[in-house]
Design a protein around this ligand. Sequence first.
Ligand code: PLP
Length: 378
Amino acid sequence: MRVLQANEQPGVLPLGSAYPAPELLPSARMLRMFSKVARQRPDLLSAGTCTCYNDARLVRQIVRRSLDWGGPLDAGELVVTNSCTEAMNLCLRAVAGPGDTIALESPTYFVLLQIIESLGMKALEIPTHARTGISVEALELATRNGAVKACLLIPNANNPLGCIMPEENKRRVARLLAERGVPLIEDDIYGDLHFEGDRPWPIKAYDTAGNVMLCSSFSKTVSPSLRVGFVAAGRHTSTVSTLKTLSSGVTGAVPQAALAEFIESGGFDHQVRRARRAYAQQVARMTDAVAGHFPAECLLTRPQGGFVLWVELPRQVDALDMHRQAVAEGIAFTPGQLFSPSGRYRNCLRLNCGNPWNERFDAAVRRLGQLVRERAAG
Ligand SMILES: Cc1ncc(COP(=O)(O)O)c(C=O)c1O
């Protein structure tokens, strides 16, 4: 939390947290959608319900969009949540309890590790390749003796590696986990933000057993503060839906309705196309800058989507230590240690590429490159 807070201090250049630049988000259009909803649906604010409230139009749009990847999702399995983070919390609680082991990619998005820890569960790191994602063979071994209670994966444009699992591997994971009765919680928040080709399918598309709980949100495409997400929970829907009611009641009716308007108007599809182009360019600019300014022995990922870049530094460099100095100089990044429960990736860092490129970013990457060189030498 200290790293995240330091990254978000005013004036610190936002290379830390994975947020898109405000100018890349459709905020003006969303505000118009909110006005429209306020005019047309004043009843929404006063309507009370204590059981799961899904906006039917939003659900219809989520189901419609799932046709792009071999869906459709079943409207009956959808639970609208306050973000992807809430969705994953609910799923974990639905299928596991304190002391249970959850298998994850390594490295993985650090908040997943914090959630697991906060629920008294244990994280098991599965080796993950920067191009092809989690090792299916390692997952097969890890799930052999029944010790893994659930899996929590980011198969599309993984955070932090940016990789998209090959479709064949997704099919194998779906089959393996269904056969072994290990539920999969799938974080597909970057699934729409692939750089090339068709929309990659989530593992959910290969699931015929209702074993996969697909979680996502509109934080990376529409607004990180809208706090609207969802889970398609398969055979765990009833449990997830009850836990949702217990944990936060219902998700705000007004944001759901505004989002439904936005998607129905075609605004969301347009926004996704625009964001994909922008992120692909920004990742390419960041890659060039790191390749130019960091020592030659550094290794970089080649993200296939999303907007983060992962860099392996020379062995001697401690990224957490370097982070302190960088933040003091007004530059954020996320140190590699956060992405592993066992403190791996000490000499790695993640850079946010959510911002259009300019001189300030170039100067910051040059400075980070100097800090790496100094530490590698000393
Ligand atoms: C992989 C991944 N999942 C989930 C989230 C959080 O999503 P939300 O804002 O919807 O809770 C993030 C944000 O960085 C993320 O990178």
